[in-house]
Write a protein that binds this ligand. Sequence first.
Ligand code: CA
Length: 231
Amino acid sequence: MNKMLILVVEDDKSVRNLIVTTLKAHNYRYAEAPTGEEAIMQAASHNPDVILLDLGLPDMEGVEVIEKVRGWSNVPIIVISARSEDADKIAALDAGADDYLTKPFSVDELMARLRATQRRLTYMNMSPSPDASFVNGALRIDYAANTASVGGEELHLTPIEYRLLCLLAQNVGKVLTHTFITQKIWGKSMESDIASLRVYMATLRKKIERDPGGPQYIQTHVGVGYRMVKL
Ligand code: CA
């Protein structure tokens, strides 16, 4: 039985109905908002577990909704955007969205994102001492010792690889944009930093993934960034 409450923010009635019907079929609870203003009100009054947010709203930019909601809440926000809104999607992730779906999306895709979000929420709530160590499948980071291992085998990471791994782990389940990552690692985000990031990500993957060609831990989001998947 699924008791998560999902706030569906979407002005297009047919898309909203599709989402709501799917949620109902999977025993999620839901609330609906057709505008940004309504979304902010409902986010405050209903305290949803997840917000599905269309970026193209009639009364305000989706990014504005994210900024307002982030003022008081860390609720996971999954952005829904059209393919032509790639820049908006990246701005939304940088404003604090967790994930995104590109229209047109399948209901299977939507359900997979919700399950992934649920896994991450469970992990965040159950993790006994989130500050001391991080465990995801066979991957383990010991923050106190500054070491990481896979299947008990210690990894030999460079300082930048280790910081990258920690940044992804601390945001497990979230899509991190190139700009966000390079800002955190190098304090700036030039084209050359994004090129370096690709190189470091490739070497990090070789060390942590069993098959770097079919990565299990770190997903690439082409043109957007990277995400560590909660296994
Ligand atoms: Ca819309």
